[in-house]
Design a protein around this ligand. Structure first.
Ligand code: CP
Ligand code: NVA
Length: 308
């Protein structure tokens, strides 16, 4: 077993080239699935711990590992001694002796970092309050499929400057996709992440723009993306956020400001009538089901790369 594991705790654990290599492999694995499959993870066990609910991430990782010949092991934190006070460090050390990789969804980014510090196997962030780096891989695969590339293209994320926005911003900036974030006052993405995304964008030739004007943000965009207004762990703020976020709903009227052939993305789960109108998410420009499917292909590719 590797003693210096490669982790995917955050988007920047991959280099720009590494990220594109994962996307390329994901395309290959997507085609291979239709042609009859592969066994790249034969003999490997991948444990998954979810401290928040999940449909897509849980199922797509489970199927990804199974289809590549490996064994997924889904654990809920309530079933682990972690829930009774065993330390993250001890949990990481012990799981490292049994399994080959650990996929974790949790609250603070510090919990993933602490696991990774004490694990001798790759640790993958399956969503924290700060980042959702696996989502960003599927987002980019979907954008590339739909738009044919990243250079000269603009994706506008409309809504809360949250974990999904953070990873998308960093990943887009790395591969040369310009990212605009249209957010309500007081709900901008983390300033440090924006700063870093601007540095990455300067190197890739992309642009990073923040605005509090949804129409200006969406104008001419090649892709429009949104996410829930209150993330997991913020349920108590959901009610008060409704009024503030109302102008940021992706309605047919707002979407009409995007490029004529623009696509609509959403990480899901969606709340129709809140962050997006049913006419948009269920309309002809929506690619959300491809995007959800691509979670599986990109996570296969990620695990293959990390366990190489
Ligand atoms: N997009 C996403 O991560 O969905 P789940 O919460 O269902 O895993
Ligand atoms: N921002 C959302 C994403 C869910 C996949 C959340 O953290 O709840």
């Amino acid at each position: 077993m590797a003693t210096t594991p490669r982790h995917y705790r955050r988007v920047e654990d991959l280099s720009a080239d590494g990220l594109v290599a994962v996307l390329d492999l994901a395309d290959e694995l997507k085609a291979a699935r239709a042609a009859g499959g592969r066994d790249d993870l034969a003999g490997r066990t991948v444990a998954m711990v979810f401290e928040k609910p999940s449909t897509r991430t849980r199922v797509s990782f489970q199927v990804a590992v199974t289809e590549l010949g490996g064994s997924p092991l889904a654990l809920s934190s309530a079933e682990l001694q972690l829930g009774r006070g065993e330390t993250i460090a001890d949990t990481a050390a012990v799981l490292s002796r049994y399994v080959h990789a650990l996929v974790v969804r949790t609250f603070g980014q510090d919990r993933i970092d602490e696991l990774a510090k004490n694990a001798t196997i790759p640790v993958v962030n399956a969503l924290t309050d700060l980042e959702h780096p696996c989502q960003a891989l599927a987002d980019l695969q979907t954008v590339r499929e739909q738009l044919g590339g990243f250079a000269g293209r603009t994706l506008t994320y409309v809504g809360d400057g949250n974990n999904v926005a953070h990873s998308l911003l960093l990943a887009g900036a790395m591969v040369g996709l310009s990212v605009r974030i249209a957010h309500p006052d007081g709900f901008a993405p983390d300033a440090g992440i924006v700063e870093r995304a601007k540095e990455l964008a300067a190197a890739s030739g992309a642009q990073v723009v923040l605005t509090t004007d949804p129409v200006a943000g969406v104008s001419g965009a090649d892709a429009v993306y949104t996410d829930v207004w209150a993330s997991m762990g913020q349920e108590d703020q959901a009610e008060q956020r409704l009024a503030v976020f109302e102008p940021f709903r992706v309605t047919p009227e707002l979407f009409a400001h995007a490029a004529e052939d623009a696509v609509f993305l959403h990480c899901l789960p969606a709340h129709r009538g809140e962050e997006v109108s049913a006419e948009v998410i269920d309309g002809p420009r929506s690619v959300v089901w491809d995007q959800a499917e691509n979670r599986m292909h990109t996570q296969k590719a990620l695990l293959v790369e990390l366990l190489r």
